[in-house]
Design a protein around this ligand. Sequence first.
Ligand SMILES: [Zn+2]
Length: 158
Amino acid sequence: MTRIDRKLEQKANSILVKNDMLTVPVDLITIANNHDIEVYHDRLPKGISGSIKYNGEKFQIVIDETESLVKQRFTLAHELAHYFLEGDKLLRNQEVHFDRHDKNSGEEDIDYLAGALLMDRDMVTKLYQVCPSVTKLAKTFNVSHSAMTMRLIRLGLM
Ligand SMILES: [Zn+2]
């Protein structure tokens, strides 16, 4: 695990602790509400999975409702990660940040934090020891099979 990864793990864990959200599956809408962020599910332009912007008053996240539920959930975690890592920047420029299906490059940290918010390191590690099934874990955490696989690899469990 790199130094940046460790920092992101700590960041995710402190967000979960502060929001009293060390639960499985994590309730991202409550975390958004706690931070006064509005979340909408809507149809977005083709190729766009989600967006976040500060409208002068509030942060607003929009998730493409046509995608699978686990993908929508990951997109919400990704947009929240933008808020937690780059909220100041979004607040200053007040531009809409769009996330495409094929991923914006240079957002590895954002995706890392998103994964860590959805799949807390300690809880994944504990549950994987009890039941080393990616399919079951993905279901428990309400994430896609590929997101769970990636997380297990990142944590050195697989
Ligand atoms: Zn993004």
